[in-house]
Design a protein around this ligand. Structure first.
Ligand SMILES: [Ca+2]
Ligand SMILES: [Ca+2]
Length: 89
């Protein structure tokens, strides 16, 4: 029992140290809200260009259905992998 508590404690300490390294849900949600300028739930056209470029520059494909648009799910997956970290607007 002591071991469980100790490992939970170290997990939460570790968890507290990690967010500086990877984008959090909160950060990604706020990024998404900024990115989806017309609030239609999809990044397309001029909204998505810079993000698709960032994804491409990392050699990744987060546009999982290849429609040239990003849904919040696709965006969040890419965001949490720090794909957009270098593109500060
Ligand atoms: Ca949109
Ligand atoms: Ca898509």
């Amino acid at each position: 029992m002591k071991t469980v508590i100790a490992s939970l404690l170290s997990l939460s300490l570790f968890g507290a140290a990690v967010p500086a390294m990877a984008a959090t849900d909160t950060e990604c949600k706020s990024n998404w809200e900024k990115a989806d300028a017309n609030k239609d739930g999809t990044l397309e056209g001029t909204e998505v260009t810079a993000y698709l470029d960032a994804i491409k520059s990392k050699g990744k494909t987060y546009d999982s259905n290849s429609d040239g648009k990003l849904t919040s799910v696709e965006f969040t997956e890419a965001c949490k992998a720090d794909t957009f970290k270098d593109m500060k607007s």
